[in-house]
Design a protein around this ligand. Structure first.
Ligand SMILES: [Zn+2]
Length: 243
């Protein structure tokens, strides 16, 4: 499954950092352009990161079973990309995993875990997260259709052009309000069938007990989990060669 590692003389070949940073081959490894001291820092930092990872992390993302089903586990056909952060390792803050931006400065480790998810859970999650936008869109469309039946608004010389615009904006607001209520109700329903909150997933719970926290909670602009058909790094292993 793993790609062939071409840099046979690399000091870190087949170590933990090789499974992670070098998972897609030596050409895309973060050690490639680092000097010896930096490579050492990265490898040592990764050992600290690994020491906080649960032992079953690879078994979970390699599993063919959906991690979100509450009852019988469906067959996974995509991945929910869950970003988890940790304050350790202290000395790597602002460096390798802490890419420099203000909110990442507090973070020593930042990893993206691909969580297997089935098509049913995916649809339910999407609906639960998008109900208010769907309701907003429907209200706007209905209002536009309704306005098109008012003869005055179709007259190009009609001077109060802003009235239909205001009506459309108002419809959008009403739709958003209704959608928000529906979304809450819908989320409560979905919550009965699937583990809609990532903090309920056993692996994530276990990680949080070890000091990890969901990165999106730090970063309000990124509320919804990104779902991807493929793993961003198909061969990644987080803990196999922990050493
Ligand atoms: Zn599922």
């Amino acid at each position: 499954m793993a790609v062939e590692k071409t840099k046979k003389d690399c000091k870190y070949i087949d170590t933990g950092i090789c499974d992670y940073a070098g998972s897609e081959g030596c050409a895309s490894c973060s050690l490639l352009f680092a000097n010896e001291r930096e490579q050492n820092e990265i490898a040592e930092g990764w050992k600290v990161t690994q020491s906080y990872l649960p032992d079953d992390i690879d078994a979970v993302h390699l599993s063919a079973e959906c991690q979100f089903c509450r009852g019988d586990k469906g067959e996974a056909d995509a991945y929910a990309l869950v970003e988890m952060a940790h304050h350790e390792p202290e000395f790597l803050k602002r460096k390798f995993f802490g890419l420099g931006s203000a909110e990442r400065a507090k973070i020593g480790s930042l990893i993206t875990i691909p969580m297997p998810i089935c098509s049913r859970c995916r649809k339910l999650l999407n609906k639960a997260n998008n109900a208010k936008w769907i309701a907003t869109g429907i209200s706007v469309v209905i209002m536009m259709i309704a306005l098109s039946f008012v003869p005055a608004f179709r007259d190009p010389d009609f001077s109060q052009w802003y009235i239909p615009l205001l009506a459309i904006a108002a419809a959008g607001l009403v739709g958003y309000a209704i959608g928000s209520v529906l979304e809450k109700r819908f989320k409560a329903q979905v919550e009965k069938e699937i583990l809609a909150d990532i903090e309920e997933l056993p692996l994530i719970k276990n990680m949080m007990a070890r000091g990890w926290f969901p990165f999106h909670k730090q970063n309000a602009s990124n509320n919804n989990i990104i779902i991807s058909k493929k793993k961003p790094r198909p061969n990644v292993l987080f803990k196999r060669a922990a050493d």
